[in-house]
Design a protein around this ligand. Sequence first.
Ligand code: HEM
Ligand code: PLO
Length: 479
Amino acid sequence: SSPPLSHPSIPCLPRLPLLGSLPWLGGRLPPHLLFTRLVNRYGSLFALYLGPHYTVVVNDHQHAREVLLQRGRDFAGRPSMVTTDLLTRGGKDIAFADYSPLWKLHRRLVHNSFTLFGEGTSRLQDIVLSSVDSLCVELLSSGGHGFDPSPAVTRAITNVVCTLVFSAIYCHGDAELQEVIQYNDGIVQTIARGGLVDIYPWMKVFPNSSLRKLKDCIIVRDRLLTRKLEEHKASVSDGDPRDLLDALLKGKMDRSPGSEEELITDDHVLMTAAEAFGAGVETTSTTLLWILAYLLHHPEVQDRVQKELDEQIGNERAVSVSDRGRLPYLDCVINEGMRIRPVSPVLIPHTAMTHSSIGGHSVGPGTRVLVNMWSIHHDPRHWDKPDLLNPDRFLDDQGQRVTPSCFLPFGAGPRVCVGESLARLELFLFLSFLLQRMSFRLPDGAPSPNLQGRLGVVLQPLPYKVIVTQRAGWEGGAK
Ligand code: HEM
Ligand code: PLO
């Protein structure tokens, strides 16, 4: 990959052979903050070398819309990375696979399979409801002591996703559920420290023990999912698909023989199931934990969500998917949470597949493009007091919901998140169920949660403690 030859060229950081621009990237800042700082010096569009790779960094929503939407096809490629190649058997998944006709087909199949759990069905709602019930019991059993909500939330969401993907319903402490949580944790810890950006020539830095651990976790994952796949193949029927694995297997078989569509293999099905699982767990639980952390900082926001729930739903019944239109403030809180702490602050790296351009600068094929959603979501030209949680930004003067054009937590265009509607529905159901039944507050004398976060494969809040109390009218438990 070489820099564009035509002028004007994009302002570029200095570089050395091999190391690229590494010596100019300074110490410890995670990429999204580092890039945001470099904007002061180089402007909102700049380039640098990550090792040998010429990389353009986009920090402004207009350039982001060019890359993702206007010229989305040009920039729909993905670079190959050592760890993600291992994770996906060389790109037989959706997120880390390079653009190709087969990828497009595969992506469409996955997208169609997800509609199984969409707005029109009560499937997801029933699954979330049953899992939230045990989450409530678990959260309330702390008996007024401060505790870290993360393990319980992660377990509840893992449970929901296991039901969605392969119809497993686990009880508390189930050994298979523990195994799933453990291998996933291992992958999260080893796949990419510092986000999915190969900032450092990692061969030098990446310890072999990490790679070993990643491989071990992948073996455990594959053993479990292969077993689920075989069980599904043996029991798939003509009726409605039971879960994502069923839907994928059916979609694969429905295709006419002889066409290139046959090329979707069992490996693709397996990698998709693994990815839907990984994405489903990490993103949703992290977003929920961010929103909870912010509610502890802003009790008035929690009060307002609960007031809306009391007025619109009451305490006689659980919230349902069809109530979404009546709970605009809750939706705004979810949006504001995803604005202020995007779980994927620099998205997944894109690559240019042809000669193209960004902001009038020409960009050559193979160029890597990082879209810094963090700086877009914190741009003071577009957001008033960007560091302050203010859900009202997503309401206009008439109290109607609005979506500003510089709000893109799921990306956009050909590489937009395939799980967006599923994720939104899940966040809505979890938060409404929880806040209807219980209140969250800081333990006496405890510090407010640290909001800085730690960047791994996603941007996570640091651990914090909460006290959970049951709300009046819910003493009887599930309704
Ligand atoms: C991709 C955000 C939940 C599956 C992405 C991307 C973002 C994102 C920013 C990358 C876009 C790009 O590179 O341009 C989120 C957020 C979520 C969420 C904020 C929840 C709050 C989910 C869920 C699933 C999922 C629940 C699946 C069950 C995927 C997949 C891709 C993706 C497969 C890759 C798409 C592609 O490369 O074509 N997501 N996601 N996500 N997401 Fe999500
Ligand atoms: C999380 C750990 C899993 O074991 C594997 C996995 C699959 C898909 C990844 C996900 C991990 C992290 C979050 C990602 C998701 C695809 C889209 C999502 C990167 C690595 C985001 C936020 O972009």
